[in-house]
Design a protein around this ligand. Sequence first.
Ligand SMILES: NC(=O)c1ccc[n+]([C@@H]2O[C@H](COP(=O)([O-])OP(=O)(O)OC[C@H]3O[C@@H](n4cnc5c(N)ncnc54)[C@H](O)[C@@H]3O)[C@@H](O)[C@H]2O)c1
Length: 359
Amino acid sequence: MDDAPQDPQGLDRRDFLKSVGVVAAAGGLTVAGSAAEVQAQASMTLGPYATPWEPADPNIPGRQNVVPVPDDYYIPGRFAGKTVIVTGSARGMGEVAARRLAREGANVVGVDILEELGAKVIDEINAAGGKATFVGGDIVDNAVCEKMVQVAVDTYGGLDGAINNAGVMDALFPDEPIDYPNQKDRVMARFDEAGDEYFDRVVKVNVYGTFYSMRHQIRQMIAQNRGGAIVNVASVAGIRGFGGTVPYVTSKHAVQGMTKTAAIDCAAYGIRVNSVGMGTTLTPMFERAFEIIGQRRETGFADTGIGLYKSMSLLQFSDQQKRGSTAAEQVAIMLFLLSQEASNITGSTYNTDGGFTIY
Ligand SMILES: NC(=O)c1ccc[n+]([C@@H]2O[C@H](COP(=O)([O-])OP(=O)(O)OC[C@H]3O[C@@H](n4cnc5c(N)ncnc54)[C@H](O)[C@@H]3O)[C@@H](O)[C@H]2O)c1
């Protein structure tokens, strides 16, 4: 019988391993093929780094578009035997992270307030051969954060990593239909018009929710005495100001602060804590934010707030189709920071923002 490990989501891992000469080892990879073989596999798997403009740009000969990492790219066996919590796993970047982690061999504990959708994603991961468990609930509830860690311990025997990704830009329930005229007090607004409920909920989820999650994860990792890695999902809004989003900018700056503090408190226990600061990425959150802004403009709102100053990253601006960042591009860096390859990185922020913050 063929006992090669099967890719839980469709690809035949055996072919990949054979052709590239990769031996998957728990928590890491050994590249055993010749340089030419590895190069050949890399170009098959990742494709070219850039593609020419079509039709060519007469003003800039040689103009190229950056090609994103393929949505189905993964590194076989990288997280074999590791258990990782992903908050906000029902959709967007959290969903992509949960699916890719499972493909790379991790036991995944997914957490989301969208309970039906969250359970469906986890069921699909399991049906495809991965190992995943769902915890429904709101990360603002300390008991939910305690439970996510307990489930990791009870189901998989411990906790090795976490991606604290659940976050919100407004006080709407994540799948509440957008109806701006009746939601003004709970969504993006100029500073002087920002509602109490809006400020309170965004800060509660992004700051308190991240804090409660991290606190339980770190307690478990210290008690286990085998190290660990945590990645917090911040934003370019954790580095820069943006119009019309005071609680979001405030909360994402706080996530950056918590990341640095936790890195210091955890270093002696072999636990690394980093964050990613992304720019606009194509997910339901992004689509919903644009829907709110669009409806706000229709009501005649004409301030200089959200979306009206610089909104494109350097790479988006330079791209022929003005392509936004993909969830797969963001998740690639989150997983790198979780992995052994990032063993020398802690307390840092990776600005996964297509160059947004450098110009
Ligand atoms: N999409 C972007 O452009 C962008 C840019 C910068 C940063 N971010 C950050 O990336 C993270 C993921 O964003 P996304 O774009 O994938 O968003 P998304 O809305 O598509 O997904 C977020 C997920 O988190 C869940 N969630 C929200 N509040 C929760 C709570 N209180 N408890 C449990 N689960 C909760 C939602 O139900 C959803 O499944 C967020 O922290 C967001 O702030 C996104």
